[in-house]
Structure formats: C-alpha cells, structure tokens
Design a protein around this ligand. Structure first.
Ligand SMILES: [Mn+2]
Length: 291
C-alpha cells in the first residue's frame, strides 16, 4: 500500500494559536524518506485575520471552508489513486475535509474518533464558536454549512464512535445520545481489556466487519502530563503507554482502515518535544503497518 502524507496546517478551528505549526515539525522527519509516495502540504493563507471574538459563534467559518476545500480535493485525489491518505493536522476542524473526502470515494464508512473531546457540537449547541468542536457532527451531516463542497454521503451515527472521551460538554451529551453515537470513556479504557474494547469498537463502526472506517487520532486523548503540546488539554487522560497499546491494537485491523489523521499537536505548548515524539511514533507505527 502506498502512503501520501498530507500536512494540514490550520489552527482556524480554535482560539489558541500554534496548531498550524504541527505538520511542519512532524513532516521534517520525512523530507527525504523514500518510503513515502508524496508529501503534500496545505497551509492556511497568510492573509487571514483570525477571529477570537467571544461572541462570534462561528469563528473563521469561511476561512475554514476555503482551507478544507483544498484539503478535501487533495485527499480525494489521493484516494482516487488508491493511495492511503495520512493527514497531519492542524486542529481537528481539518478532519471535516479528510473524513468527507474519504467517504466520497468509499461510499460507506464508519469512524473512530480517539479524542478527549466529543467534537459533536453543532451550530445550535456550541458556546465557544471554536469550530474544532464540531467536526464529528459534521461527518454525520449535522452541520452542512461546514462542508459546502461535499453533498454526501455521510457517516451513519451508529457507525460513529468516540474512544477516550472525558471532556464532553453537558449540552453536547444529548446530541451524542439522541444520535446513538457510542462513547468509551478514558476510565473505561483504563479499567477494561483493551483487546475487547477495540474489537467491539471496530465491530460497531464497520457494521460487523462489512465496511471500512476512518481513524482519527487526536493527541489530546493522552493525559497532558505525557502530552502537554495540545491546544485544549483535558485532565485524567490515558497514559502514553496505554495510548500506544490501543494504537497497536487498532492497527491490527488495518484492512478496514481507509484513511487516517493525526491532529491537535501544538508545538507552542510542548515540553521538550514530548508531544512531538508521541505524534512521530504514532506516524511510524502507521507506516510500519501499511508499508
Ligand atoms: Mn478533537
């Protein structure tokens, strides 16, 4: 299987700056790496004046859509060439483009969202207007103004699953529950057999092993003690060791994985490249699995 690495340098989905610098740091390791088919880098336009206005409940919407349209086209082109796209964020709003481009090609897919947050807010529920809190809802077609370039298909909510959720807004829960999206919390990951949880997760998102899935790794699923370099840290996360055990277990199901992203690494808040090393090791595991 060939792999394209696609850098998605945007921090437009979050009020803190710096997530746009993540892909550049990570892709430096791969400049001369002959294992990679092509490295593609998409960066936010330097002309953008980012909105930080607390009252603005759809911050940078047009700018995010313009960025994501470019990303969508690259991911779709990669998929059309039967190459596995691995997208490096950027804040999680970039996954609106990666997930929807992937399902455009595949027609049917599930999604695993390995994340401290639900990312299942809608324009009706968000209280911050930080649009990186909406992308999982976007995959389910609940926030169509975030994907004017995509007219379906969408991910079914019953094939949508959050792993490691712990910082989910009280007003976000009813949307998650009404849509029957499954959540395995950080606590459940710490207390149960990982093999069983991952198997149950994949069974659910693949419709009992009948369709593929998109895998989204949000680095903030790890406890900030181990991975401080993220924009929105959430306490009581899983350890780095448990994270990698789960990554290894998920990658055993590689035949079902149709696209991947690694998001939310923010070099600005990192400590001695701890978080960079985690993102790098995640990417290495992916490359060793598929190449
Ligand atoms: Mn996220």
């Amino acid at each position: 299987m060939k792999i394209n690495l696609i850098g998605a340098g945007s921090d437009l989905g979050v009020s803190k700056d710096g997530a746009d610098l993540g892909p550049g740091r990570l892709l430096k390791y791969y400049e001369k790496d002959t294992r990679i088919n092509t490295i593609i880098e998409i960066n936010k336009s330097k002309d953008i004046i980012k909105s930080y206005d607390e009252k603005d409940l759809e911050k940078n919407l047009n700018e995010i859509n313009e960025f994501n349209k470019r990303l969508y086209d690259e991911v779709l082109a990669t998929k059309e060439d039967n190459i596995l796209p691995v997208i490096i964020g950027g804040d999680h709003s970039i996954a609106i483009a990666s997930t929807l481009a992937s399902i455009k090609k595949e027609k049917q897919l599930g999604v695993i969202w390995f994340d401290a947050h639900g990312d299942y807010n809608t324009f009706e529920t968000t209280r911050t207007g930080n649009l990186h809190g909406l992308p999982l809802a976007a995959t389910n077609g609940l926030t169509k103004r975030l994907n004017p370039y995509h007219d379906g298909p969408y991910y079914k909510s019953e094939n949508t699953l959050i792993l490691g959720g712990r910082d989910i807004d009280p007003w976000e829960w009813p949307v998650i529950n009404d849509n029957n999206v499954k959540v395995f919390s950080s606590e459940e990951l710490k207390e149960n057999d990982i093999k069983e949880i991952v198997k149950e997760s994949i069974k659910r998102v693949t419709n009992n092993f009948k369709i593929g899935f998109h895998m989204s790794f949000d680095i903030d699923v790890i406890d900030p003690e181990d991975a401080p370099g993220v924009s929105v840290p959430a306490i009581n996360g899983i350890s780095k060791n448990l994270y990698f055990k789960i990554v290894d277990e998920i990658l055993l199901y590689k035949d079902y994985i149709k696209s991947i992203d690694i998001v939310e690494y923010n070099p600005t808040f990192d400590d001695n490249d701890k978080t960079l090393n985690i993102a790098h090791n995640t990417l290495e595991k992916i490359l060793r699995t598929f190449l």
